[in-house]
Design a protein around this ligand. Structure first.
Ligand code: AMP
Length: 286
């Protein structure tokens, strides 16, 4: 199948049928799950997938169960034609654009949840969000049965939830983390950036700026509390930004830490600009 062009599927059955010949031929497959409105961050995942597997598959599905705000779901940007052109250009083999009814059949009642990792931090602010993510990713894993799946480090807690789920539920899938791709000014690329006004877009750089400052201070030995103060002060200095979440935790298990930064830590920031929530993160290894 590789090299024969992009196979576009709209149903789970068609997707499975598209993948069957390469599976029978013993080819490896890497999956990139997305919600569409693709940008260079997604394409970095696709390139990683291409490096590790014979067949690259992508899903485009704006997953309703991971949105707590129906308005946010309605406003999520979509551009199927452009997405498909980008996937074709990148040499993707199979894409699935399923319907909500296909992914969530009538009388659907089975969910997947990381009970601790999914309900702390970002998950405590957005109840049910990571349950929605873990449930849809499980379904996608069962549909595609990939050998590898690529996830962005930008969605740091999501990555940890998926890793834990794969370990706990014994999915024979290797999770490939991909570093965050940024705009030239440092803003993490996101489909949501398209919804920012030009003024908020310019202001949004404050998130990566705050993370850079915290990282520089951590390198000088600053404790967790000082990193927190630096980030809060930097974001407070941008009147268009409202800090919504700031977590400085142990990398990987996301447990709370305090005092000196002597093992890998993850800083997760979420901030709102004109009602649009943006997230970013930094892992610090000293
Ligand atoms: P989304 O379409 O926003 O659900 O994202 C799909 C995948 O792309 C997730 O694994 C994200 O973490 C990843 N992703 C989104 N933005 C970026 C970025 N700027 N750099 C790297 N990966 C990203």
């Amino acid at each position: 199948m590789q090299g024969t062009g992009l196979e576009i599927t709209h149903t789970i059955d068609a997707c499975r049928a598209a993948l069957a010949p390469s599976r029978r031929a013993g080819k490896t497959q890497a999956l990139v799950p997305t919600m569409g409105y693709l940008h260079e961050g997604h394409m970095a995942l696709v390139r990683r997938a291409r490096q590790v597997a014979d067949i690259v598959s992508v899903s485009i599905f704006v997953n309703p169960t991971q949105f707590s705000d129906p308005r946010d779901l309605d406003l999520y940007p979509r551009d199927e034609e452009r997405d498909l052109a980008m996937l074709r250009e990148a040499g993707v083999d199979v894409v699935l654009l399923p319907s909500v009814a296909d992914m969530y059949p009538e009388n659907d009642e089975t969910i997947v949840e990381a009970s601790r990792l999914g309900n702390i931090l970002h998950g405590a602010v957005r109840p049910g969000h990571f349950r929605g993510v873990a449930t849809v990713v499980t379904r996608l894993f069962n549909i595609f049965q990939p050998d590898f799946a690529c996830f962005g480090e930008k969605d740091y807690q999501q990555l940890q939830v998926i890793r834990r789920m794969v370990r706990d539920l014994k999915f024979p899938i290797e999770i490939m983390p991909v570093p965050t791709v940024r705009e030239p000014d440092g803003l993490a690329m996101s489909s949501r950036n398209a919804r920012l006004t030009p003024e908020d877009r310019a202001a949004a750089v404050v998130i990566s700026k705050a993370l850079n400052e915290a990282e520089a201070e951590a390198a000088k030995g600053a404790p967790v509390e000082a990193l927190r103060r630096i980030i809060e002060a930097t974001i407070a200095g941008e009147p268009r930004a409202q800090l919504r979440g700031l977590d400085i935790v142990s990398a990987g298990d996301l447990s709370e830490i305090s005092g000196s930064v002597d093992s890998p830590v993850a800083i997760m920031v979420s901030a709102e600009f004109g009602g649009i929530l943006l997230i970013d993160q930094r892992e610090i290894f000293l």
